[in-house]
Write a protein that binds this ligand. Structure first.
Ligand code: G16
Ligand code: MG
Length: 218
């Protein structure tokens, strides 16, 4: 039987993608790289440094910077991002998430977080949700990013639950791949055609229903 639900953060619990977009946009402009909302979609679930590399490739500047310079660029983006996320409040929790968490608690299941963001704890605190999580695994504590299953496996291990007894919830293709690689039931949020490997796809977070999911997990 299902014993835990492990959440992705950005795009599932709250929509920080817009803040990531704004912060990258300023940096890209300084580097004269054309950066669009469309391209920002490709950065979902991807680590900060991998995102920077992709933006530099987009601008044809993949080889123009030393490691030290790239670290400085990534730090600069993060400083801007940190000022933007100071505006996050509990009102920014995505629709249906508080109700879904209440349903999980009522069933006595454990709750974990598996986020590629190094700012995950700060975001959860601003949302007023940090105390709901029995375990928080973020990018600071794992070696390999999504789509590697490491982050979801670590969350399950810390929750003391078998991966097969976990439901993972994600909005990025790389994240769904990580959940399936971990041997968990994968619930994806977004357009159906983007998630061929998910066990279940909901277009929006407000459709999340534990009652509907549980009978589908074997
Ligand atoms: C999130 C976002 C990504 C972002 C990454 C790293 O992952 O989806 O777009 O690049 O975190 O964020 P930071 O720069 O704050 O470390 P997730 O897994 O929560 O969706
Ligand atoms: Mg995400």
């Amino acid at each position: 039987p299902v014993q835990a639900v492990i959440f992705d953060l950005d795009g599932v619990i709250t929509d920080t993608a817009e803040y990531h977009y704004e912060a990258w946009k300023v940096l890209a402009e300084e580097l004269s790289i054309p950066f669009t909302r469309e391209f920002n979609e490709e950065l979902k679930g991807i680590s900060r440094m991998e995102s920077l590399e992709k933006i530099l490739v987009l601008g044809g500047k993949a080889h123009g910077f030393t490691e030290e310079q790239k670290n400085a660029l990534a730090d600069k983006k993060n400083e801007h991002y940190l000022t933007l996320i100071q505006n996050i409040t509990p009102a920014d929790v995505l629709p249906g998430i508080n109700e879904f968490i209440a349903e999980i608690e009522a069933q006595g299941l454990k709750i974990g977080l598996a986020s590629a963001s190094k700012n995950a704890i700060a975001v959860l605190e601003s949302l007023g949700l940090k105390d709901k999580f029995h375990v928080i695994v973020d990018a600071k504590t794992v070696h390999r990013g999504k789509p590697d299953p490491e982050i979801f496996l670590k969350a399950a291990r810390l929750l003391e639950v078998e991966p097969g007894a976990c439901i993972g919830v994600e909005d990025a293709a790389a994240g769904v791949e990580a959940i399936k690689g971990a041997g968990m039931f994968a619930v994806a949020i977004g357009a159906k055609e983007l998630f061929a490997h998910a066990d279940l796809v909901y277009e929006s977070t407000d459709e999340l229903s534990l009652e509907a999911i549980l009978p589908l997990v074997r």
